[in-house]
Design a protein around this ligand. Structure first.
Ligand code: HEC
Length: 102
């Protein structure tokens, strides 16, 4: 009987430890409300360590993200936003916001 109590306690503490491990760490973008931040968090750490904003040159990003269109499915506007976000620039205006051409 005491053995099962011990196992239950062990299971509870493992669950607690995992709960702590799963709490996302706070970073500079934790309070950033832009949807692209959520996209970046959910899609960009699936295959490799997440690429942090400002850690790659714009050329490197552009070239690498170009190779990612077959790996990650985002809209054209999202790619533009993601590239701007990772390049640590203000997001470019989405294509729909540009005035209609005459
Ligand atoms: C389906 C798997 C996959 C996903 C998802 C993925 N990548 Fe990659 N990524 C790779 C592979 C494989 C490489 C190495 C080959 C290359 O450079 O294209 C790579 C390389 C890179 C590189 C160039 C190497 C470096 O570290 O500078 C960047 C930048 C990059 N990824 C950014 C991203 C971003 C941003 C996302 C989120 C949109 C993302 N990746 C999501 C597979 C993935």
């Amino acid at each position: 009987m005491s053995r099962s109590i011990w196992i239950a306690l062990l299971a509870a503490s493992v669950a607690a430890a995992l709960g702590i491990a799963c709490t996302p760490a706070k970073d500079a973008w934790s309070d950033d409300p832009r949807p692209i931040v959520t996209t970046w968090r959910s899609k960009c750490a699936l295959c490799h360590t997440r690429v942090e904003p400002g850690t790659r040159t714009p050329e490197k990003l552009h070239e690498a993200l170009g190779r990612h269109h077959v790996r990650v499915h985002l809209s054209d506007a999202e790619w533009v936003e993601l590239e701007a976000f990772l390049g640590n620039k203000a997001p470019a205006a989405p294509p729909s916001a540009s005035p209609p051409s005459p």
